[in-house]
Ligand binder design. Structure first.
Ligand code: ATP
Ligand code: MG
Length: 651
């Protein structure tokens, strides 16, 4: 494999952090140096930033590889670390959560109040017979009680399994049964674009004829829709919580106590249930959160827009920010309700300083145009983060310019459900930024971009991203299926973790994510990354979003087929041209004639997972004229029917 990615060898203009940003940064400047000198010592030092009921003496035990043990003889409590210790340090009055409901109702919750709620919920769980090691399934929208339900499980050593609130009854049943959940916590309903989704009904359907391990369902009242209550099984949260004490002592649990099970987004196939444990996970989630977001807990208002049902919600909405004593915004509803200004209105209202979101959101605002964000005062923002997919340079620039006022750093953070916390990112006070690149392994993380034989690739070549040393937040396997874990991630390159993502290294040694390896195309012997062609398309002034797949082609083996969403703001200009032929030549000019798309399809929307990632495998099926594969994690099946029928009509 020696496919060149030309732009990795070009001079790339970097953006250096402003002197004011650097001067104000609390992040030590020698992290990388210390981590390189003594990696395990470095992680031990980060772990000691947490409160340990029993200090650890061992750092890493890799004898049962690839299942690691970190800080194994230490004991701690994740909930204590996120709550009690801040209150004991005198920060009980600090706001933990500014919560805004979709209809506009609000709540402000301090660390002391959140601790009180979590103590009650811990008592409630215990009164229902939930003990350490039991699994609590949480199927909820974005409510403060969702965080309470999570931390209460952690507090008593129970394992939470959060199921994204948009999943179907079948998906809930599978997850509940996979983990033998004993308790389910849900709400009556949730608000979504002004409508009420009946979550409790969906749980009822999931448990009807399945989920036999479930003893109780706790129902938080939110939307006040009618629900049916199964006597003996279902209990109203507010009734029960009023009857339990708000005194609860957090017990110590071993560092390797299971903390949660979480399923991947399912972009490439059936979701995998990853198991994460306590000490190492909390160490890396909190370290990366304060370092990569330059956290100043006394003054920042942090906002991660991810749903708590995804790993980003776990590490950067629950554990990272709360372990660091941050003040954060949590928003219940849709970004476009009642209109597309909602997020910007929230930034203005709460004075958000750090925003962490996904390229899919950024590109959707690129589609509707900068007029919407420009109508709000976004000057409170001092740092922007991106996660979930590769961010095209064009989207990175737009994000920085329009949302960040051309002033602030943007960090692109690469990681996965499996890695538990960020693995590759710039440090905003220290790294000269390159639009579109994730850039550097986090201090203490060691990666290598290799070819299929496992040899390190040269700069400018497309390779496979591997992680060569164990890290604290790494998954401790796929729940109940060690073999599948080993097979999926550790068999391609023995002793090394293979993430499934393609990457390249530029001439300065910085890392660029090039999309999933499964999506790499082979056109007349040229291997092409989806990212490369999609970025070229998004770079064209008409294009907001693009997805590229390799379709079977008799002459070239595979041919490039592109699906593009055009910018609404450019409609007049587009109408006066032939966008399809423009875009085909644009790519040919930009990358080379071998990359010229055989077809360009203009579509209204791209198929995405519920976490917002483009599902190229479905588009590949369409491009090949095959039946479309598994769509259980697709957000909106109407998108695929619209694309398929558009193709049939030769759009
Ligand atoms: P599945 O593994 O079930 O197919 P998934 O990989 O989408 O689902 P997640 O764990 O939520 O599930 O996503 C991790 C993946 O998201 C990464 O492997 C990578 O492909 C992509 N990703 C996340 N952040 C970035 C980023 N900053 N740059 C490029 N890709 C990213
Ligand atoms: Mg994955």
């Amino acid at each position: 494999m020696s496919d060149k990615i030309d732009y990795l060898l070009e001079d790339i203009e970097t953006i250096t952090p402003s002197p004011e940003f650097v001067a104000a940064s609390p992040v030590p400047t020698d992290l990388d140096e210390r981590a390189k000198a003594d990696r395990l010592g470095f992680w031990a030092e980060q772990a000691r930033d947490l409160h340990w009921h029993t200090p650890f003496t061992q750092v890493l035990d890799w004898s049962d590889a690839p299942i690691a043990k970190w800080f194994d003889d230490g004991e701690l409590n994740a909930s204590y670390n996120c709550l009690d210790r801040h209150v004991l340090a005198g920060n009980g009055d600090r706001v933990a959560i500014h919560w805004e409901g979709e209809p506009g109702d609000t709540r402000t919750i301090t660390y002391a109040e959140l601790l009180g709620e979590v103590k009650r919920a811990a008592n409630l769980y215990e009164s229902l017979g939930v003990t350490a090691g039991d699994v609590v399934a949480i199927y909820m929208p974005m409510l403060p009680e969702t965080i309470v339900a999570i931390l209460a499980a952690a507090r008593i050593g129970a394992v939470h399994s959060v199921i994204f609130g948009g999943f179907s009854a079948d998906s809930i049943r599978q997850r509940v049964e996979d983990a033998n959940a004993k308790l389910v916590v849900t709400t009556d309903g949730s608000f979504r674009r002004g409508k009420v989704l009946p979550l409790k009904d969906t749980v009822d359907a999931a448990l009807d004829g399945g989920g036999a391990s479930v003893e109780h369902v706790l129902v938080v009242q939110r939307a006040k829709n009618d629900v049916s209550i199964t006597e003996g099984r279902d209990l109203w949260w507010h009734d029960e919580i009023a009857q339990v004490s708000d005194e609860h002592v957090a017990k110590a649990f071993p560092a390797e106590q299971p903390l949660f099970i979480l399923y991947t987004s399912g972009t490439t196939g059936k979701p995998k249930g990853l198991l994460h444990t306590t000490g190492g996970y909390l160490t890396q989630a909190s370290f990366t959160h304060r370092t990569l977001f330059d956290l100043q807990p006394e003054t920042d208002v942090y906002w991660c827009t991810a749903d708590v049902g995804w790993v980003t919600g776990h590490s950067y909405l629950v554990y990272g920010p709360l372990a660091n004593g941050a003040t954060q915004l949590m928003y219940e509803g849709a970004h476009d309700f009642p209109d597309l200004g909602r997020w910007f209105e929230l930034i203005q209202k709460y004075g958000v300083t750090i925003l962490y979101t996904a390229p899919t959101a950024i590109r959707s605002y690129m589609k509707t145009g900068r007029k919407i964000p420009e109508a709000y005062d976004l000057t409170s923002i001092r740092l922007l983060g991106s996660v979930g997919e590769p961010i095209n340079p064009e989207a990175w620039e737009w994000y920085r310019e329009v949302i960040g006022g051309n002033r602030v750093p943007v960090v692109d953070t690469w990681w996965q459900t499996e890695t538990g916390a960020v693995m590759i990112s710039a440090i905003p006070s220290q790294t000269s930024l390159k639009p579109g690149a994730a850039q550097k392994p986090v201090p203490g993380i060691v990666v290598s971009v290799v070819d299929e034989q496992g040899n390190r690739v040269d700069p400018g070549e497309m390779g496979l991203l591997t992680i060569t040393e164990p890290w604290p937040a790494m998954a401790r396997g796929i729940y109940g299926d060690r073999e599948r874990y080993v097979e999926t991630y550790w068999s391609q390159f023995p002793g090394r973790y293979f993430a499934g993502d393609g990457a390249g290294v530029d001439k300065d040694g910085d890392l660029w994510l090039l999309g999933r390896v499964d999506d790499v195309m082979n056109v007349s012997g040229h291997r092409l990354s989806t990212m490369e062609i999609e970025s070229s398309l998004v770079d064209h002034p008409f294009v907001a979003e693009a997805a590229v797949v390799g379709a079977t082609d008799e002459t070239t083996g595979q041919a490039v087929v592109a699906f593009v969403v055009l910018k609404q703001s450019q409609a007049d200009k587009i109408a006066a041209t032939d966008p399809v032929s423009d875009l085909r030549s644009h790519v040919a000019k930009d990358i080379g004639s071998f990359a010229r798309p055989r077809e360009v399809h203009i579509v209204d929307e791209l198929p995405k997972t519920r976490s917002g990632k483009i599902m190229r495998r479905l588009l590949r099926d369409v491009a090949d004229g095959k039946a479309v594969g598994d769509t259980t994690t697709l957000t909106d099946s109407a998108v695929m029917s619209a694309i398929s029928s558009g193709m049939a009509q030769g759009s």
